[in-house]
Design a protein around this ligand. Structure first.
Ligand SMILES: [Zn+2]
Length: 213
């Protein structure tokens, strides 16, 4: 078990401003080949790993443009220049998000729908068994790269969860966070404006807050 004494809990809130699609990799009755990821009860979730990955890449961009503020960062896991040192001397990105050589200070839990939103969904489901209030189906044509034409035979359907839903998640820290680390995480959360797949279709626009950071 983690050391509870130094561990803080930060509530993250993710407001959906457009439909969200986080691919589950599963097809649904072979009609929908891009389903969204859900928990055991069937509610849409934003996996902790998805949120972590997104926040990490945004924080990395911030560090690259503000080296004087956050120090030099390494080039990441596939680079010989990755931080192989202890937690203390590693760069701020490896310290917070971990690398192959240390586990990082932060633990991300999955973000789940607000209980009010879940109740709403349950109610609509009871009223109409065929309603799918947390997902909308979109269809689109796949463009054949060879022929440069879109073929109706290649019609695919993609599931996404509708806007205006609110997700809540948690971040825990294994070790105390320094002021500069909390500052980077605050900036990262503010700059995180898109999550999940199909960005080109305008999906996954979000605003994010991390309470108490
Ligand atoms: Zn590093």
């Amino acid at each position: 078990m983690e050391n509870i004494k130094t561990m803080n809990e930060y509530k993250t809130t993710i407001y959906l401003k457009s439909n969200l699609h986080i691919g589950s990799g599963f097809a649904f009755m072979s009609l929908v080949d891009k389903t969204t990821i859900k928990d055991q009860k069937g509610f849409v979730i934003i996996p902790g790993a998805t949120f972590k990955g997104k926040l990490r890449s945004i924080c990395k961009k911030i560090c690259l443009s503000l080296e004087s503020e956050f120090g030099q960062i390494c080039e990441g896991k596939d680079s010989p220049k990755v931080c192989k040192s202890s937690q203390e001397t590693a760069c701020i990105i490896c310290r917070l998000f971990g690398s192959a050589y240390n586990e990082g200070k932060l633990i991300f839990r999955d973000a789940t729908l607000l209980s009010e939103d879940r109740e709403k969904i349950e109610m609509i489901k009871k009223l109409d068994h065929f309603a799918s209030p947390q997902s909308e189906l979109r269809s689109g044509n796949r463009i054949s790269r060879l022929l440069r034409t879109s073929s109706s035979k290649q019609l695919f359907v993609s599931e996404s969860c509708p806007r205006d839903l609110i997700f809540e998640g948690k971040i825990f820290n294994r070790e105390a966070l320094k002021d500069v680390e909390r500052k980077l995480l605050r900036w990262g959360a503010k700059s995180l404006l898109q999550i999940g797949g199909q960005k080109g279709r305008g999906l996954g626009r979000v605003s994010v807050t991390i309470e108490g950071m």
